[in-house]
Design a protein around this ligand. Structure first.
Ligand code: 6A9
Length: 666
């Protein structure tokens, strides 16, 4: 099935759109087989409006079958949704009924689906089904209409939405007109891609590479969507989770089929691609995210808005905690925009957006800088690490950092300090100083903060370990831990499942560098370019980058050194490794970007950085493309032994950063 859609703006409510579904088969034997398509039209909860199955008389002569929906809502006004086909349609039917909650649509369809007869196996729906209220009265009208259309392979179908307020439309988007319009949009996309990225100027990329880059970028752009609803949040001021205010969110998502919702730190990375494509689109997205900031300066990390989104998320992930942070990657987006698209950004209407954002950019910084502070001046600690007793986790996760199960101090304490967080905050200060300069505000405070936090002595005294020659976290830590199954409870029923394994501490922890975990976290002062180009630490880290027993692979940098005792280890009996060896594209992008920076800044390590840059960039791009060609997907992460895609797919979020590596936009 190939799907496409085309829009036609007009009228007062966003205009028209049409979708097309083409059903074909490469298998000759399937030619002529029946395929039934079911289209859902539903009103969201509490929408002021109605929908109704289409009346025969409303259907134009173009269609051989009367199928569709008409309706009105407060936001959309009048509209119609009609189905057309250039082929012969074998059968159509509909269901019109009332459901409570968008998360129940599938159940409703399944309970009403019928088979015409067992010989032809054609499905049909029963028409209007009225729902009886508890008091016996009948619910009038419907908020859910399913249209069933069956054709014989091959066939195609146009789904045509027209807005009532658009009265002078030049043409209806269907049939040949749809073909023409889609073709125009395709050509426009290719032209814009070429003129935006000049891909061929940045390497001898094959046509396959170009096609790949276009495909993955358009998938990221296509993931941008509009959400509306409220998060469930908890904070020191609430006893139980309470709803946040209802708000719209315009955002890209990491994976449309697996995580179709906004994630804060993912979005800063998406912003690097989106702003290169369309700066105003990205500013719009950023303004939406910053509108979700509360009075403290906090923005919820995962945006599960509306009942439909909520229904897909296990309860333990739903509640967002107002004390917990996530890497402030929008500062990265801003820095990148100022570095790469400064002239466009200087347009008065864009400067005005930045001026409006600035107080919130500051509030965000103030919140991070104070609420995530560590015990020592200029040190920081991710909140939200918990150590229940007994704990099923070998090493308590740090979801706030975005690096989930990446090993940290085994025993969370208020004295621990996290090097990645320090670096994110320092980078944020630099981005704020640059923003302040652009809008003629005073950058001094942020410039000074940046200078202080990124100072070599400061980083070294809080985080450098001479023993391993790398930056590390600090905290109460031991590596002598294991998982053991506790004895079955005395009163357990005879066939009860055995209890889950729990962590057992074999040797008491003590305060020290968490130096048994060389990996992404150890690289942060380099990744976020805090190190001076003549820093010895830079030299040491660069020589480690190339070592195959540590992070180097032919497919990119792995997240955790092979020599680490946590490398590819389960964190509980049931949690497989996630950030413990796998190759992730967002951090690899930061590495490539840093290598490019140090490779083009004069200094004793410039040559080395340049040489690593070329190899790492090539390895990453070629592997992600190879896996795409092999499987048809780009993936959440990549296997460090084989390069194979792992985790969720399609993951068209930050894995798409390979496109920026190809065109060297950093
Ligand atoms: C749990 C699953 C059907 C995990 O890309 C989004 C995030 C990153 O921000 C984070 O750094 N991913 C990374 O460690 C995916 C998180 C998905 C959680 C969903 C529920 C049920 O969904």
């Amino acid at each position: 099935m190939a799907t496409s859609f085309v829009k036609q703006p007009g009228g007062r409510n966003g205009g028209d759109w049409s979708g097309r579904v083409i059903v074909t088969s490469e298998d000759e034997k399937l030619k002529g087989a029946y395929v039934s398509l079911l289209f859902y039209s539903a009103l969201e909860d509490k929408t002021n409006g109605w929908i109704s199955p289409i009346n025969d008389k409303l259907v134009g002569k173009e269609s051989q079958f009367p199928a569709g929906v008409v309706g009105w809502t407060e936001q959309l006004g009048d509209f119609s949704l009609r189905y057309f086909s250039r082929n012969k349609i074998t059968h159509h039917s509909f269901l019109a009924t009332k459901v409570i909650g968008l998360e129940n649509l599938k159940d409703s369809v399944m309970s009403h689906l019928r088979m015409r007869n067992s010989a032809d196996q054609i499905l049909f729906l029963p028409g209007i089904i009225q729902v009886r209220n508890e008091d016996g009265t009948i619910e009038k009208g419907s908020n859910f209409i399913v249209t069933e259309i069956t054709g014989k392979i091959p066939f195609e179908l146009d789904i045509v939405y027209e807005s009532g307020s658009y009265t002078n439309r030049p043409k209806t988007l269907m049939g040949d007109i749809y073909d023409d319009e889609l073709k125009k949009k395709r050509i426009a996309f290719h032209d814009k891609f070429d003129s935006t990225f000049h891909l061929k100027d940045h390497g001898n990329w094959s046509d396959d590479h170009v096609k790949f880059a276009k495909t993955v970028l358009s998938n990221l752009l296509g993931s941008v969507g509009y959400f509306y609803g409220s998060s469930l949040v908890i904070s020191e001021y609430t006893k139980n989770p309470v709803p946040y205010w209802k708000a719209p969110l315009f955002t890209a998502v990491p994976s449309r089929s697996f995580f179709p919702r906004g994630f804060l730190w993912d979005e800063g990375f998406h912003g690097l691609l989106i702003s290169a494509w369309d700066l105003d689109l990205e500013l719009d997205i950023m303004c939406h995210w910053f509108s979700l900031m509360n009075v403290m300066g906090w923005i919820p990390r995962e945006q599960i808005l509306g009942s439909e989104a909520r229904a897909k998320v296990p309860d333990e992930f739903v509640v967002q905690n107002g004390a917990i942070a996530n890497p402030p990657t929008f500062y990265l987006t801003i820095q990148y925009i100022l570095n790469n698209f400064r002239n466009e950004m200087m347009a008065p209407e864009r400067v005005a957006v930045l001026e409006r954002l600035y107080p919130r950019l500051q509030a965000w910084f103030n919140w991070l800088n104070t609420s995530q502070a560590g015990e020592l001046p200029g040190s920081y600690r991710w909140r939200g690490r918990v150590l229940p007793d007994p704990t099923p986790e070998i090493n308590p996760k740090t979801l706030a950092s975005g690096l989930d199960d990446y090993p940290r101090a085994s025993h969370p304490t208020t004295a621990e300090r996290h090097i990645d967080l320090l670096c994110w905050i320092a980078m944020g200060a630099a981005a704020l100083a640059e923003t302040a300069e652009l809008i003629s505000a005073n950058p001094d405070k942020y410039r000074n903060t940046y200078e202080w936090l990124s100072n070599d002595e400061h980083l070294t005294s809080l985080h450098w370990s001479d023993t391993v020659g790398a930056f590390t976290d600090y905290g109460l830590h031991t590596d002598s831990l294991t998982l053991k199954r506790p004895p079955q409870k005395r009163n357990a029923p005879p066939h009860a499942a055995p209890p889950d394994k729990v962590r057992v501490v074999l040797e008491a922890p003590h305060f020290r560098s968490v130096d048994s975990a060389f990996g992404y976290v150890s690289l942060f002062p380099f990744l976020l370019q805090l190190l001076d180009s003549d820093s010895q630490h830079l030299g040491t880290l660069l020589s480690k980058l190339e070592r195959k027993d540590l992070l180097w692979t032919n497919y990119g940098l792995r997240s955790l050194a092979k020599t680490s005792p946590y490398y590819m280890k389960y964190n509980t009996e049931h949690d497989p490794p996630y950030w413990r060896g796998q190759i992730w594209m967002n951090i690899n992008y930061l590495a490539v970007r840093a290598l490019h920076h140090y490779g083009s800044t004069p200094g004793p390590y410039a040559e080395k950085a340049k040489s690593i840059y070329e190899r790492l960039r090539k390895n990453l791009v070629n592997n992600v493309m190879k896996q795409y060609q092999r499987t048809g997907y780009i993936w959440e992460q990549y296997n460090d032994q084989t390069g194979e895609g792992m985790g969720s797919k399609p993951f068209t979020g930050w894995s798409t950063l390979v496109v920026l590596m190809m065109v060297e936009l950093y």
